[in-house]
Structure formats: structure tokens, C-alpha cells
Design a protein around this ligand. Sequence first.
Ligand code: SAH
Length: 213
Amino acid sequence: MNDLPRHRGMRNKLVKLLIEKGIRDRLVLKAIGTVPRHLFIDSSFEDFAYQDRAFPIGADQTISHPYTVAFQSEKMKLKEGDKVLEVGTGSGYQAAVLVAMGIKVYSIERQKELFDFSKMMLSKMDYKLNQVFGDGYIGWPQYAPFDGIIVTAGAPYIPKPLLAQLKIGARLVIPVGDKEQRMKVITRNSEDDFSVEDHGDFRFVPMLQKRNS
Ligand code: SAH
């Protein structure tokens, strides 16, 4: 499968839709305008790849809605060259959007099948990042602290190790809740002072403990 002018046309429309829905971050909009989302999902969904929809990506998981990807990326308030931890690589689409924003990306996936698939796809498309097959509840301490942390699965609670791996002034963007989630943005104001904002309802597949072969 290739990236053709008609895909670029559909991406431009998607970017317009995201602007209408309130996304403003220019780095985010530019990245979504360049990353070929149709290559991260099954080819049978190709014609719908640039609609604001979620799709199955195997192993009972889903690629997030483009609006959700844009919203979470924007809420980290990143600049080029920042270092970000992603929990839940899944298809690799969100990670590719961050790389296209000029971010140094560290991404964790607990399902071997998705880890292998995303690693293959991202390197084939020449997106350069660091990926590990592991458990996002413990983060990636070797590369901490991060300028932003994004969790792309519904977390039952806020994992403490992720808070500890934020730089001062950095944000953790995480959907918290069991069946439905509230999008929380937690800012580390100082070593031990954190503030929490609530950004409403979202739906994610659950964040599960331990890696799974
Ligand atoms: N960011 C992904 C969304 C994938 S859905 C994308 O753009 O496609 C959520 C992903 O989180 C799934 O792949 C799931 O396997 C993974 N996940 C769930 N619990 C996890 C954990 N504890 N650590 C790492 N990844 C986890």
C-alpha cells in the first residue's frame, strides 16, 4: 500500500475537521497532515482511515480516534526536541504523530503481537523512536525524566511511577476510569506538588498489568 494524492486530500480534510473541533497546536495539526494513518490499519478500512473513527488493530485493541490523538498530543504542550513517554504503542500511529512533531519518543507496549507489528511498520516508514515490550505501569525509568507522558489505554488509577518520571513543569495526559474514562492532565509543579485538570469523557480499551506474550 502506498501514500497517494487522494490520501493526502483526505488528510487535509481531517486536519480541517480537527480545527473545527478545537485543536489549535500547529505542530500537532502539521503532523496529522503528514502521517499516513491508512497504513496503520487493516487495508479493508482504507476508505475510512481519515474519518474521525477508531478501528480494531488486532489483539482486541483499537487505534484511537484522530481527535483523541490530537487532543492528547496537544494537552502535553510540547515543543520540538522534547522527550515523551507513550504507554500503549498499539498500531504505532500515535507514536508516529509524535515523531512527526519532532519529538523524541519512548513507547511501551505490553502485547507482543502489537509490539512486533508496530516496530516493523514504524521502521519500514522510517519513523525513528525507542520501543520496548514491557509494562507501562512502571514507565521507563532508564530514560526519565520526560517532558510529557501520554497513556493511550484506560487506567484504573494514576500509576505513581509515571508521576515520578515527569520533569518539573511537564504533563501526564491519562484517561482514568474503568468502563468509561475521564481525561486527566496532571502537571508536576515542583518535586512533590502536582495539579490535576479534568477534560471530560473518553473511551479507551483497558490498561492491563504486566506484559503479555
Ligand atoms: N496509541 C495506540 C492506541 C492503542 S490502544 C495507537 O495509536 O494505535 C491501547 C494500547 O495499550 C494497546 O495496544 C494495549 O495493548 C496497550 N496497553 C494496555 N495496557 C498496557 C500496559 N500496562 N503497558 C503498555 N501497554 C499497554
